[in-house]
Design a protein around this ligand. Structure first.
Ligand SMILES: NC(=O)c1ccc[n+]([C@@H]2O[C@H](COP(=O)([O-])OP(=O)(O)OC[C@H]3O[C@@H](n4cnc5c(N)ncnc54)[C@H](O)[C@@H]3O)[C@@H](O)[C@H]2O)c1
Length: 346
């Protein structure tokens, strides 16, 4: 029987609702949703009442009052470093939502603090945990297409993301930092680490402060594979498949194509098979967010399993620095009009 893990959720805003539901659903596997905290008393109270939990408006007070094994930080990136440094100083396993932090220095400071204290740290990077994208990885691992040599991975939508996340309009870095980070992480998950990246950014929506609501990136992976990663919040399409990631991957023996509606077609040695790889709706998920919500659930399930087994998460703080470095390199490549090698510290 796996040990119970007592979890406190910090930040009870828009996306935290998915984490709260996921942890509650993982109770049979040993997740014990124990307390919630938000500086906004109305949000803390609402989450506390919905999930029948004690609620707090101050992280230190929650840590003093509750016996927690882990915290799940679902606040925006500007608060990640001070909150994570606090929870790490208390020796509590810490999960931080993406983007890890506003700057490389902040992200590395969190990783260094965790390493020094010997505290387990993970980043809630969830696209790679979506069922359809896990299915793609399984096909690659099976060898059906051989070693991938080329890919196009796209996240193109005109869905009104500004409605649920109005703060996007004021961000200094938008589409690469927000959703590009997921898709770049996915490119690493499917094709391996990246040796250089070039990038063109566009601002197609005049309401956005950042220079990037659209980015087109070209990556050379360490295996020699080449991939194109495209992300935009400004695609105007009659059929908008938000928040699905569509992709094509080619290898010497065949290809994998994931098309709209979570359909996967695999060609291997000349014969093709096609199947539905979408995840079913859960009691608390709803269209179209269910694709993302199911990924959040998958990420939480993975973190719980790692905490119980005492092993690092796939998206440990250290691992996620490689994804973060890719985001930084993409912005630098866009400004300097050249291919840039991501910074590596491990
Ligand atoms: N993985 C995904 O697919 C996905 C999707 C959406 C958002 N996110 C991420 O989730 C995070 C939260 O985004 P959101 O849209 O839910 O933001 P939000 O503004 O709706 O919620 C953040 C909450 O944190 C609270 N907060 C701020 N400082 C705090 C502190 N010191 N202690 C406790 N609570 C504090 C705020 O009061 C607010 O309620 C961001 O990092 C965002 O990028 C991820």
């Amino acid at each position: 029987m796996a040990r119970n893990v007592r979890i406190g959720v910090i930040g009870c805003g828009f996306y935290a609702q998915n984490h709260l539901n996921a942890w509650r659903d993982l109770a049979p596997q040993g997740a014990v949703l124990t307390a919630v905290c938000d500086v906004d008393p109305a949000k803390a109270k609402a989450a506390g009442e919905t999930f029948s939990l004690p609620w707090y408006t101050d992280v230190e007070k929650m840590l003093a009052a509750e016996d927690l094994d882990a915290v799940d930080i679902v606040t925006r990136q500007d608060t990640h470093r001070p909150i994570a440094e606090t929870t790490i100083a208390h020796g509590i396993s810490t999960i931080v939502q993406k983007p890890f932090a506003p700057t490389w220095d902040d992200a590395t400071a969190i990783v260094d603090a965790a390493e020094k204290a010997g505290v387990w740290l993970a980043v809630h990077e969830n696209f790679r945990f979506q069922a359809p994208l896990r299915a793609v990885r399984n096909v690659i691992d099976s060898g059906a297409i051989g070693q991938p040599s080329w890919a196009r991975i796209t996240f193109r939508t005109g869905f009104d993301v500004y409605k649920t996340q109005p703060y996007f309009l004021e961000e200094d870095r938008l589409v690469i930092a927000d959703v590009g980070v997921h898709v770049l992480d996915l490119s690493r998950f499917l094709l391996g680490d990246v040796s250089r990246i070039s990038c063109e950014i566009q601002r197609r929506n005049p309401r956005v402060k950042a220079e990037d609501d659209t980015a087109t990136m070209l990556l050379r992976h360490e295996t020699g594979a080449v991939s194109i990663v495209e992300v935009t919040y400004e695609a105007r399409r009659a059929d908008d498949w938000f928040p699905e990631t569509l992709l094509e991957i080619e290898g010497p023996r065949g290809s994998i194509i994931v098309s709209a509606g979570c359909r996967m077609k695999v060609t291997s040695d000349g014969s093709a098979t096609e199947r539905d790889i979408g995840a079913p709706l859960l009691s608390w998920t709803s269209h179209p967010w269910h694709v993302s919500q199911e990924g959040a659930m998958g990420a939480c399930r993975h973190f719980l399993d790692c905490l119980q087994r005492g092993v690092a998460a796939e998206t440990s703080g250290e691992d996620n620095l490689r994804t973060y470095a890719l985001v930084d390199a993409a912005y630098r490549a866009a400004v300097e009009h050249r291919a840039v090698a991501p910074v590596r510290r491990n």
